[in-house]
Design a protein around this ligand. Structure first.
Ligand code: ADP
Ligand code: MG
Length: 701
């Protein structure tokens, strides 16, 4: 076959023509033969097998059942009537249900005659029912032609209005296979296919579109999913290898005075083994001559800050400047104060740069950065501004990654002639699967252990109707000297209403917790930074016992004496946000609590979120549930990832295949980094094609 055959524009396909081509292009992005070939069916109607009633599963799949109707009745319901037929086979009984056309159906159905029924089944209580089944007498069915599994393609309303129905698409596909005689170039190596028992590409493509049976379909799906994930991984990994070869890193060869002084006489506690392990990994990176690009994952409270600080000291010991960026002013402030305290008497110059840094102060900081006097700059996005120039930035740390995008990372890269080392610390653990796909070009370190002595936070779910009891509990805790957070949701779409809720809540709390016995702080986004800081400060110092806030409090804030986190309208928060918020307590030696307040109206997803939160404190486990609930598309940051545009694989469901694909991609690049070996020619060819033709897998690099 001509290697460019698949690049043929779609109007050349017999039966397509310019009008249909236009619709296919605008509705489904199909412009070439290749695009059409990679339009995979969403699902299949399986008319190859017959199910017994006791084999039915609540999977929503379309199934075929043979049986007899033994009884028909009309059931009155609020809106109209429904017709219900009892349908039996030798294994059990189910219901066939109609909401429309009763009369006609009733008159035509035959009792006690064998039928083949086809449709989706649903389960109510323990009985399966099939609404509006396709029905055929068994005797007729046996005379008819057996259709195998029927593919159902993605479509749009516009397409069906233009007459491009599922059948038409299936016809086009047949024509395509006819024109190329069903032969497509193989894109994996023979060795790999043998090892993984993968079917050849041509066979896989045939069976994904025209499966002969379930088994062949499964094999085709496996082969194509593997291939898709393999090529994404191959690309991510080769990008990483290339970076390591090409971009020389700043050598941090020595462990010097500052690091040692800090380690020996300033460290306020013994590092956990996980922290030690991670510091070692980072030191190895920094000591090699490649540029570091590392993601540091660790659950809330696992102690990432101190790890960051020790890396900064390494940079300083090697004669470089460093910066630490945080997503909010509150957090930047807190990091600044925290680092200053940790460093104590040590001779390290550290400054804070945020949106509200005064002009005179700012000018001084700019000057000290440029002449190299300043060692550590802590700040917000303000650090990224072009005016901010370093003499020799050696290491940039980004805290709470999900608020920063790739664009910002790359801005940091260009703050120095040679790109600085970059350490990204995530606030929210990302499931390994996702991390591998999203950040496959980063190295990953994980702190998988909390500092000793932490008591797991007790989490409960309470309905708004129990508020008085909750308030009493708060009073008891305050009596013991503890502090309380009360957090309200705030989202853009309903901002005005949300602020009203917050202020209403604040007023009612102020009534129930009157001064002078109780002091309350309030912090939200509409306040001036100065006022925010003032209120925050009062809470940090213990002058107020209750902090009423929106989610500005979410990230990183550290008040060890706070032991209760109340989350209002908890059903409106996402899992990772709930987990982050909960992480604000449980930082001291006392037992801490998290109370999730909700109304009685809860969606299924909300129930799962609440159940997950009350069941576990493990951020990684929570992240897995989150990923399953929301799918990768919704997780922040995934927009940057080609994994969103996968045509057939699903990084959640096909986790196992992803792992296998990654392993094989790594293995291949280890053995044949430039894909020069004869046996890998087909891979090289497909890889190059993919790089030219990003539309194939829609991979954004
Ligand atoms: P996060 O990983 O969420 O950024 P932090 O760095 O803010 O966590 O650390 C949380 C708290 O735990 C801080 O008060 C910190 O001082 C403390 N901490 C960190 N490491 C240890 C340790 N090894 N032993 C005891 N306390 C620690
Ligand atoms: Mg932190």
């Amino acid at each position: 076959m001509n290697p460019n055959f698949l690049e043929t524009p779609i109007p050349y396909l017999k039966g397509v023509g310019p009008n249909r081509a236009d619709s296919l292009g605008s509705e489904l992005g199909i412009h070439t033969y290749r695009d059409l070939l990679h339009l995979f069916p969403n699902r299949y109607l399986d008319k190859t097998s017959y199910y017994k009633i006791n084999q039915l599963q609540p999977s929503g799949a379309d199934v075929q059942v043979i049986g007899k109707i033994i009884h028909i009745k009309t059931v009155e319901q609020k809106r109209g009537k429904r017709l219900v037929a009892s349908f039996v086979d030798e294994t059990g009984e189910m219901e066939l249900v109609w909401f429309r056309s009763h009369k006609w159906i009733r008159e035509n159905l035959k009792l006690n005659e064998p039928y083949v029924v086809f449709g989706k089944t649903k389960r109510y209580a323990s009985t399966f029912s099939m609404p509006h089944p396709e029905m055929e007498l068994l005797s007729e069915h046996q005379k008819g032609l057996k259709i195998a599994m029927q593919p159902i393609y993605p479509s749009t309303e516009k397409l069906s209005n233009k007459g491009i129905t599922n059948r038409v698409i299936a016809k086009m596909m047949q024509q395509l296979f006819l024109e190329c005689k069903g032969q497509f170039p193989e894109s994996l190596s023979k060795g790999m296919m043998d090892e993984l028992k993968l079917i050849p590409k041509s066979e896989a493509l045939f069976n994904i579109h025209f499966p002969k049976n379930q088994e062949l379909l499964a094999k085709a799906q496996f082969r194509l999913k593997f291939e898709e994930l393999f090529y994404v991984q191959l690309q991510l990994i080769s990008k990483k290898l290339l970076r390591k070869q090409k971009i020389k890193g700043l050598p941090f060869g020595k462990v010097g005075e500052n690091f040692n002084t800090f380690f020996n006489s300033h460290l306020p506690f013994e590092l956990t083994n996980a922290q030690k392990k991670v510091i070692k990994e980072i030191r190895n990176d920094l000591g090699s001559n490649a540029q570091m690009n590392r993601l540091l994952q660790g659950d809330v409270g696992s102690g990432k800050t101190i790890v960051g600080l020790m890396c900064m000291l390494l940079a300083i010991d090697n004669g470089f400047q460093t910066c630490l960026m945080a997503p909010t002013e509150i957090l930047a402030n807190q990091h600044y104060n925290g680092l200053k305290e940790l460093l104590g008497e040590m001779k390290i110059n550290i400054s804070l740069l945020t949106g509200s840094t005064k002009k005179s102060n700012r000018t001084a900081i700019h000057a000290q950065l440029e002449n190299g006097e300043l060692h550590i700059l802590v700040g917000t996005h303000a650090v990224l501004e072009d005016k901010v120039q370093f003499k020799n930035l050696g290491l940039a740390i980004i805290d709470e990654q999900h608020r920063f995008g790739v664009a910002q990372r790359s801005k940091l890269w260009h703050k120095n002639e040679v790109p600085p080392h970059i350490l990204v610390m995530t606030a929210t653990p990302i499931p390994r699967t996702l991390a591998m796909s999203l950040y496959g070009d980063l190295d990953i370190s994980v702190i998988d252990e909390l500092p000793p002595g932490r008591k797991p936070i007790k989490t409960v779910h309470r309905f708004d109707s129990n508020r008085l009891k909750v308030f009493q509990f708060i009073k008891d805790e305050i009596k013991k000297g503890r502090q309380i957070y009360m957090v309200y949701p705030l989202i853009k779409e309903s901002e005005a209403l949300d602020y009203k809720d917050l202020m209403d809540g604040y007023e009612s709390i102020a009534r129930d917790f009157p001064t002078p016995e109780y002091q309350i702080s309030i912090v939200h986004g509409k306040m001036k930074p100065k006022d925010k800081d003032y209120e925050m400060e009062r809470f940090v110092k213990g002058e107020t016992q209750i902090m009423v806030a929106t989610t500005v409090i979410e990230v990183g804030v550290n008040v060890p004496n706070a032991s209760v986190m109340i989350i209002e309208s908890a059903e409106r928060f996402g899992l990772s946000q709930l987990h982050q918020l909960r992480g604000r307590v449980g930082r001291g030696a006392e037992q801490s609590f998290c109370i999730l307040m909700t109304s009685h109206k809860l969606s299924e997803d909300a129930k799962t979120r609440l159940e997950t939160m009350t069941r576990t404190n493990d951020g990684f486990e929570i992240a897995e549930v989150d990923l399953k609930l929301r799918g990768p598309g919704d997780l922040m940051g995934t927009q940057q990832s080609g994994m969103l545009n996968l045509k057939i694989a699903d990084i959640v469901k096909d986790n196992q295949i992803l792992k296998t694909a990654r392993y094989h991609a790594l293995q291949l690049l280890k053995e044949d980094p430039r894909l020069e070996k004869e046996e890998n020619r087909s891979i090289l060819f497909a890889y190059n094609k993919m790089m030219q033709q990003k539309t194939i897998w829609n991979y954004i690099s």
